[in-house]
Design a binder for this molecule. Structure first.
Ligand SMILES: *[C@@H]1O[C@H](CO)[C@@H](O)[C@H](O)[C@H]1NC(C)=O
Ligand SMILES: *[C@@H]1O[C@H](CO)[C@@H](O)[C@H](O)[C@H]1NC(C)=O
Ligand SMILES: *[C@@H]1O[C@H](CO)[C@@H](O)[C@H](O)[C@H]1NC(C)=O
Ligand SMILES: *[C@@H]1O[C@H](CO)[C@@H](O)[C@H](O)[C@H]1NC(C)=O
Ligand SMILES: *[C@@H]1O[C@H](CO)[C@@H](O)[C@H](O)[C@H]1NC(C)=O
Length: 510
């Protein structure tokens, strides 16, 4: 009885504070959103998630003053599909962003009839901007650029920065060599401003400064106009080959990876300072996470998944679980949550907080407002894991339900090579498990000790629930036509002097 009373009071307090928040939101101006998305950054890469030598003073500040998620997932262990899910609140299989990733000359891209977070916010009068790595398509005449997906402005490289000849992509000072490989035989990596090419090749040593200035200017302009805003910053950091300008190069204890992370952190510091200076910090939700696990193949320059198994390209925890932090001064209480959450949930959550309308499509995300505002329960009970080449034939590789994760298939990935764990590299071929491998992620987050299904009735019961959840989910999944399967055409690669020859090397302008 008294327990019940306490629960009721708590629930009421929760609902009440949410109501008050929404009410104050609708009376004052709706909140601003700053969405920060790091690249190939693992669960163990931030100081606030246990890395001993990462220099991330601003991210540490966000984590200390915000809500830190321990069980936050992306939807794919590679870039493009993960981004598609973040911006649409839908698994990548629905929008067709599979298999693998988009290339500079890809014919496909995120279909324009998908609704992005920016498009959800536009009808409410939000100013919207994207800076950094888009990687959801370029296409004929830039059809798939952010400016066609709800963003008023864009400054950035429309794909990964290793997708071009990288001879001159160096760390600072300029005589430091470019680590790792880049693609050859494509155009130099361009910097787009809205839908025009501003630079080709990109000047990497000054790139982060340009992004920071652009974002500071966007926030300042919007705040001065009292216009609510949405800033989406998918960073190139800490993807390979790592680079850093003069303010960060050589300044961390962690080498090129640490320097690139420090450079990202510096920008985050500039953004926070601007939010403060322009007086909007108390009305802005800042959310940080990353697109997929670390590129272990690059060894010490490749990021770190901490105590999680394997990394990029795999459906083990190291490929899919990411650090995440929600910061909103005066609204989100500092703390840690173990609730299950995903990039899929960002769109529904922002929609709710802004008082916008959900897109009329099948969404896979849930509203996290209760988790953010009241450190409450997540509506998310499960998380689905597709491989980088999802197919209806194989379906899900893994599924998490509550604290249990079942692997129906496992496979290593080239991206996860070089650690001593033999399950991680590409040489670990596809293996099917029936019954699936089951782990209790609360007791064993490293996926070291599969539970014995035959021995325990409790685990058997869990397995039945997992099978049911899998069946239900898969019967609701309609695969969109593969956008990446449409292939590439070198003529579609961005070129600042379209008529020049010989391509691709003539596509350079200063
Ligand atoms: C977008 O258009 C394609 C092709 O007509 C269709 O198959 C798909 O369902 C549409 N997607 C949405 C979200 O409406
Ligand atoms: C791109 O735009 C130009 C000029 O509007 C047009 O002539 C050309 O056909 C377009 N290219 C493609 C592939 O759509
Ligand atoms: C790299 O820089 C050097 C010196 O500035 C220049 O001569 C060379 O053409 C550049 N290489 C590429 C691939 O851009
Ligand atoms: C934000 O709220 C805090 C606490 O109410 C207040 O001290 C601070 O001045 C506010 N900052 C801005 C920029 O309004
Ligand atoms: C599970 O337990 C059963 C019964 O104790 C045993 O025979 C079997 O070898 C165990 N399986 C595994 C995979 O450890």
């Amino acid at each position: 009885m008294s327990d019940m009373f306490v629960i009721t009071v708590r629930l009421c307090a929760g609902v009440l504070s949410t109501l008050l928040l929404l009410l104050s939101g609708s009376l004052a101006s709706p909140p601003n959103f700053v969405l920060l998305f790091a690249d190939d950054l693992g669960f163990g890469d931030l100081g606030s998630f246990g890395h001993p030598t990462s220099a991330t003073p601003n991210l540490d500040r966000l984590a200390a003053a915000g809500l830190r998620f321990t069980d936050f997932y992306c939807t794919s262990a590679v870039c493009s599909p993960s981004r598609a899910s973040l911006l649409t609140g839908r698994y990548q299989t629905r929008s067709g962003i599979y298999p693998g990733v988009l290339y500079p000359g890809s014919r496909g891209g995120l279909p324009l009839n998908e609704t992005t977070i920016a498009e959800v916010l536009k009808p409410l009068g939000y100013a919207t901007a994207a800076i950094g790595k888009w990687h959801l398509g370029f296409g004929a005449n830039g059809t798939f650029l952010p400016t066609n997906q709800g963003f008023d402005h864009y400054l950035g490289i429309p794909y990964s920065h290793d997708m071009g000849p990288c001879k001159n992509l160096t760390c600072f000072p300029p005589d430091v060599k470019c680590y790792g490989w880049c693609d050859v035989g494509t155009v130099f990596v361009p910097l787009m401003h809205d839908d025009a090419i501003e630079q080709q090749p990109v000047d990497f040593l000054n790139l982060e400064r340009s992004y920071s200035d652009f974002a500071v200017n966007f926030i300042t302009t919007s705040a001065n106009k009292k216009q609510p805003f949405f800033l989406y910053y998918p960073a190139h950091h800490t993807h390979y080959p790592q680079f850093a300008g003069p303010d960060a190069a050589g300044k961390s204890l962690r080498g090129p990876f640490g320097d690139s992370l420090l450079e990202l952190d510096n920008t985050i510091g500039n953004l926070l300072e601007t939010l403060e200076k322009t007086g909007v910090i108390n009305n802005t939700l800042v959310f940080f996470t990353a697109d997929n696990g670390p590129e272990l193949m690059r060894m010490s320059r490749g990021g770190n998944s901490g105590l999680l198994k394997c990394g990029k390209g795999t459906t083990y925890e190291g490929g899919m679980r990411e650090p995440a932090v929600a910061f909103w001064q005066g609204t989100i209480k500092p703390g840690v949550t173990h609730e299950l959450a995903s990039t899929l949930d960002i769109l529904p959550t922002i929609t709710k907080l802004a008082g916008a309308k959900l897109p009329p499509v099948m969404l896979d995300g849930v509203d996290l407002t209760e988790v953010l505002i009241n450190n409450g329960k997540s509506e998310r009970e499960s998380m689905m894991f597709y491989p980088t080449d999802p197919s209806e034939q194989y379906g899900l590789f893994a599924l998490r339900l509550g604290k249990y994760k079942a692997h129906f298939y496992t496979r290593g990935a080239a991206h996860s090579a070089t650690t001593p764990d033999h399950d991680c590299p590409g040489s670990a071929r596809l293996k099917a498990f029936d019954p699936p491998l089951i782990f209790d992620l609360e007791a064993d987050p490293s996926e070291n000790y599969p539970l014995n299904v035959t021995e325990s009735p409790e685990v058997q019961a869990v397995l039945e629930q997992i099978k049911k959840a899998k069946q239900q989910f898969e019967s609701s999944m309609v695969f969109g036509a593969s956008q990446i399967g449409k292939g590439s055409d070198p003529n579609l690669e961005p070129c600042c002097s379209p008529q020049c020859s010989p391509k691709p090397s003539c596509c350079r302008c200063s």
